[in-house]
Unconditional design. Structure first.
Length: 210
């Protein structure tokens, strides 16, 4: 049986990370940038975004390193999931732009994660079975991978749900205004018909004296 200190040391081997999950509203022709600090070269940067509502659910984006070098960018993208390697220490910029829209706001969910993967070995005690340690370590990394996969799947379904709700809401608004316009058109046509008939009989009427 593996001792408790050894188990804790194995959990210390797991990937250490910090992330920021946010939502932002982009107005027409607006550009917003968010920043994350990288403490040392070689760290992994995870970047995920998805347009939840607005227009065609697309947005322009770009990621820049501390030297203003564009690492990845895209135009009219609905969502993206990227993993980058930080080759420079400093502040990385994650920018969104809604310049293709003149009337519609865009709601964007995004997640920025900075993670490091220390590969130090767990301290072994005399008589400890290394095979058990290796198996437990592999199980921890496998569970971490499965949890990340579940997280991405949840984000995907969350995005689909929000887009479906936005589409239903937009369709409902269009149907409402179409019904209002149709009602006004029917009323206007009825008034016009009454006016035409009244004018016709008034002008064609003749008077006779007896």
């Amino acid at each position: 049986m593996v001792a408790i200190p050894t188990l804790l040391s194995l959990f210390g081997l797991a990937t250490t990370a910090y992330s920021t999950a946010l939502s932002t509203l982009l107005t027409p022709n607006e550009r917003l940038c968010f920043y994350a600090d990288v403490d040392k070269a070689g760290e992994k940067i995870g970047f995920y975004f998805a347009v939840q509502s607005g227009g065609s659910f697309d947005v322009d984006f770009e990621v820049k390193d501390p030297n203003d070098k564009v690492l990845v960018d895209g135009q009219r993208e609905r969502q993206g999931d990227y993993v980058l390697t930080a080759n420079a220490v400093g502040e990385y910029a994650f920018c969104f732009e809604n310049d293709m829209s003149t009337l519609t706001d865009k709601l964007v969910d995004f997640d920025i994660m900075i993670e490091s993967e220390p590969r130090r070995e767990a301290p072994a005690k005399p008589g400890q079975i290394s095979e058990q340690t290796s198996a437990l370590e592999e199980s921890i990394y496998r569970l971490n991978s499965l949890l990340m996969s579940i997280k991405r799947t949840q984000k995907y379904f969350h995005t689909r749900e929000n887009r479906g709700f936005s589409t239903v809401k937009s369709t409902q608004n269009r149907l409402f205004w179409y019904a209002v316009f149709e009602t006004l058109a029917v009323i206007a046509m009825a008034v016009l018909q009454v006016y035409v008939l009244q004018t016709f009989f008034t002008k064609t009427a003749r008077r006779y004296r007896v």
